[in-house]
Design a binder for this molecule. Structure first.
Ligand code: WT7
Length: 635
C-alpha cells in the first residue's frame, strides 16, 4: 500500500523530511511497488543540462503494478466504470481481472502487428474503455503510446504522427459527444494520408457507421481480438524507458512532445492520486477529463489504477442531454471523489440550480479542480452546492510537463482558501523568482514560479529535441525548472497561481500557444499577418482575440472573412481553438525593431484602452488609435 498522510501535523513533519532528503522520501514510496529488480541509484540529476534520472538500474513493468500486483485482492473489484454519452445506453464495468484480460489480448494483437518495444503507437479515440486498454497494452509490451485528443484536426494529428514517427494508429469508426457524432476515422484517414510513417491502423467499432477500410492497412479491432491469446508476459523495462509521449502547446508554433518515464511517473502519479484525493478502499472516483490530456493520463488511468482504485470514465459532455448529466452520474454510481475543471463548473453554474434538483450528491467526499485558476465565485458555488459545505476542494496546480500534481491541498488535511492551490506536494520545492532571476524569499511575495529540485514524475525530454527541452524549461533561470506561470505566496505561505507569463493561453482548460493560432490564421490566403492574445472570459477563463491584417479584403464582407478564418483555424488545429473575437486591422502596433507590442493588444482586448504604459518605442502610434476605435464595434 502506498503510504498516506492523514493529519496536518503529519503533512508538515513529512514535508520537512521530504525536502531535506528527497531521495529517501521517494525511495520509501517506491518500496510499495513491484520491481523485477530494484534501483542502484535513486536519483541522478543536472538541471543545467535538463538531465534527470530516477531509480536508475531498476527493472519493472508498469502494468504488473496495475494488474499482477492487485489481482489477488482486487480481481473482482471494478477497475473502470464506463458511463456512455447517451444515458439510455447501458454502462459497462470492467473488473481488474477483465481489464487485465483485455489488455493481455490486445498486447498480443500489437505484437502480432509487428510492434516492438520502443516503437511509437498513436491513439486517436473517443472516451471508451478500449482507449485505456490500448494504452495499457502498449505499456505491457514496452511500446510508447502517444494519445491525441479526438477534438484535434487531421492536420494536427498528422503533425503529431510524424513528429513521433508512429508506426501504428489505433482509432475508431466514429465517436459520440453530446448530440454530435464525430467522424473520427475520416479525420484519421486524412491524417494518415499525409504522413508516411503509419503503415497500419486498428479500428474500433463504436458508432457503427459505414467507414472505408483500406485493404492491407486498416484492420477491425474486434476481428484481431477474436482469436488473440490471453497469455502475455510483460516486457521488462528500465526505469527510464519512455512510457508515453504527450503533445502540448508552447510559446512557439510547433507543439512539444513531452516524454514521460516509466518508474518515476508510476511512483509519482500513484502517490499523488492516493494522497491528494485521500482515496480509500471501495471508493468510486470520477475524473471528468479527457484522456487526450495529461489529467486523463495521470488521474483517470495511471494514478487510480496503480493505486487499485475504481475509476469512472465518462464518454460524453456535461451539458447533454441536459446540464444535470454530471450530477446524475455522481448520483447513479455513488461517486466519492469528483475531479473536474473550473470552466465546467462555471458553465454549469451559469445554467442555474434546477439541474441539481432531485440529484442526490451525498456520496461525495472530495472535490477537485484543475487546469486553470478557479475564481472565488466558482469555488464557492462548487463548495456550497455540489459539496454541500462538507467536501474539501483540492485546487490542484500542475502541468503536462510535471506529470502529476505539484501544489495542492491534501483533501481534508490542508486547510483550504478559495482560489489558492495552497501548499506543495511532498518533495516539491517551489521557488519564486523576479524577472532578473533573483529568488524572492519569505512570504507575501509575487513572481515567476520555478521548481528547485527534481521530482520523479517530471518529463525527461521533448521527443526528438532535447535542446528545446533545456531551452524552454532550464535556461530562463539556470539551475531551476521554469513553469511559465506567475504565482503569489501570501502571508501564510500559501500559493496562488496567477496564470501564464508567456505566450500561452488557457481556453476552457485547453492550453494553446498564441503563435500556433496565428500560424493557422496566417494560412488564410487573404491574411498578411495576425496577432492573437487572450482576454478574460466569464466561462472559458480566457477567450481568444485575434487582430488580423488583410489588405486585399474589401470592407463590407467582414462577416464572411471572419467565418472563413474560423474555419481555417478549425481545420488546422481543431474547433476548440477558434477565436472568440476577430478584429480586422490595417496594421499591428510594432516597435522600431519590428516586435509586436502584445501588451497593448492585450489591454485593448480586455477593454482597458487607456492603460498602455510606456509606448515610446512604438513605430506608428496612430495604429493604436485606429485599433482602439475599431475594437468598440467588436465587443
Ligand atoms: C497550465 C498547464 C495539469 C493538467 C491540466 C493542464 C494552468 C493548471 C492550475 C490550477 C491555476 C492552473 C497553469 C499551467 N493550471 N492547473 N489549479 N490553478 N492554473 O495541463 O495543459 O499542461 O496546462 O495550466 O497555467 O501552467 P496543461
Amino acid at each position: 500500500m502506498i503510504p498516506k498522510i492523514s493529519t496536518l501535523g503529519g503533512y508538515i513533519f513529512e514535508y520537512q523530511k521530504s525536502v531535506t532528503n528527497p531521495t529517501g522520501f521517494w525511495s520509501n514510496i517506491a518500496d510499495s511497488f513491484y520491481w523485477r529488480k530494484k534501483w542502484d541509484q535513486a536519483l541522478e540529476w543536472d538541471f543545467t543540462k535538463g538531465h534527470v534520472k530516477w531509480y536508475e538500474g531498476a527493472k519493472l513493468n508498469i502494468t504488473e503494478n496495475i494488474f499482477e500486483r492487485h489481482m489477488f485482492f482486487r480481481g473482482q473489484q471494478p477497475a473502470i466504470i464506463w458511463e456512455p454519452n447517451d444515458p439510455s445506453e447501458a454502462h459497462r464495468t470492467l473488473t481488474y481481472e477483465a481489464l487485465f484480460l483485455e489488455t493481455k489480448k490486445f498486447a498480443n494483437v500489437l505484437l502480432a502487428s509487428g510492434i516492438k518495444k520502443g516503437d511509437r503507437v498513436a491513439i486517436y479515440m473517443p472516451m471508451v474503455p478500449e482507449l485505456v486498454i490500448s494504452m495499457l497494452a502498449c505499456a505491457r509490451i514496452g511500446a510508447i503510446h502517444s494519445v491525441t485528443f479526438a477534438g484535434f484536426s487531421a492536420q494536427s494529428l498528422s503533425e503529431r504522427l510524424q513528429d513521433a514517427g508512429a508506426k501504428l494508429l489505433i482509432t475508431s469508426d466514429g465517436g459520440f459527444r453530446g448530440s454530435k457524432t464525430i467522424p473520427i476515422k475520416q479525420i484519421a484517414d486524412e491524417a494518415m494520408g499525409s504522413c508516411k510513417c503509419v503503415s497500419k491502423a486498428i479500428v474500433l467499432r463504436r458508432t457503427g457507421e459505414n467507414v472505408p477500410m483500406l485493404a492491407g492497412r486498416d484492420f477491425w479491432w474486434h476481428e484481431l481480438m477474436e482469436n488473440s491469446s490471453v497469455e502475455n508476459a510483460a516486457e521488462t523495462m528500465d526505469a527510464e524507458d519512455p512510457l508515453f509521449i504527450l503533445y502540448t502547446s508552447g510559446s512557439t508554433g510547433k507543439p512539444k512532445g513531452l516524454v514521460h518515464s516509466t518508474a518515476g511517473y508510476m511512483v509519482y502519479s500513484a502517490y499523488t492520486f492516493r494522497n491528494i484525493f485521500q482515496y480509500g478502499d471501495g471508493d468510486i472516483y470520477f475524473c471528468s477529463a479527457d484522456i487526450g490530456w495529461i489529467t486523463g493520463h495521470s488521474y483517470l488511468v495511471y494514478g487510480p489504477l496503480l493505486a487499485g482504485a475504481t475509476s469512472l470514465m465518462f464518454e460524453g459532455v456535461p451539458t447533454w442531454p441536459d446540464a444535470g448529466r454530471f450530477w446524475e452520474i455522481i448520483d447513479k454510481h455513488q461517486v466519492n471523489q469528483f475531479y473536474t475543471a473550473p470552466t465546467a463548473i462555471r458553465s454549469l453554474m451559469a445554467l442555474g440550480m434546477e439541474w441539481l434538483e432531485s440529484k442526490n450528491l451525498s456520496s461525495l467526499k472530495v472535490l477537485g479542480t484543475v487546469g486553470e485558476p478557479i475564481n472565488e465565485a466558482a469555488w464557492h458555488w462548487y463548495h456550497d452546492h455540489i459539496g454541500k459545505n462538507r467536501c474539501p476542494i483540492v485546487d490542484t496546480w500542475w502541468q503536462t510537463e510535471t506529470g502529476g500534481i505539484m501544489i495542492s491541498p491534501y483533501a481534508g488535511i490542508t486547510p483550504t482558501k478559495p482560489s489558492y492551490a495552497t501548499l506543495p506536494v511532498m518533495g516539491i520545492q517551489p521557488m519564486i523568482v523576479d524577472p532578473e532571476g533573483k529568488q524572492l524569499m519569505g512570504n507575501s511575495v509575487e513572481g515567476n514560479l520555478c521548481i528547485g529540485y527534481p521530482w520523479p514524475g517530471m518529463a525527461r525530454t521533448i521527443w526528438g529535441d532535447h535542446d528545446r527541452f533545456v531551452k524552454t524549461y532550464f535556461s530562463t533561470y539556470p539551475g531551476l525548472y521554469f513553469t511559465g506561470d506567475g504565482v503569489k505566496r501570501d502571508e501564510d505561505g500559501y500559493y496562488r497561481i496567477l496564470g501564464r507569463v508567456d505566450d500561452v493561453i488557457n481556453v476552457s482548460g485547453h492550453r494553446l500557444g498564441t503563435a500556433e493560432i496565428e500560424n493557422a490564421i496566417n494560412e488564410h490566403p487573404l491574411v498578411d499577418e495576425s496577432a492573437v492574445v487572450g482576454f478574460p472570459h466569464p466561462i472559458k477563463g480566457q477567450g481568444i482575440y485575434a487582430y488580423v491584417v488583410c489588405p486585399q479584403f474589401s470592407t463590407g464582407g467582414e462577416e464572411g472573412i471572419r467565418n472563413s478564418i474560423m474555419l481555417a483555424v478549425s481545420h488546422m488545429i481543431g474547433p476548440f481553438a477558434r477565436p472568440d473575437k476577430i478584429q480586422i486591422v490595417s496594421g499591428l502596433p510594432k516597435t522600431r525593431s519590428g516586435k509586436i507590442m502584445r501588451r497593448i493588444l492585450m489591454k485593448i482586448a480586455e477593454g482597458k484602452t487607456s492603460e498602455f504604459g510606456d509606448t515610446s518605442t512604438l513605430l506608428d502610434p496612430e495604429i493604436v488609435n485606429e485599433i482602439v476605435k475599431g475594437s468598440e464595434s467588436i465587443r
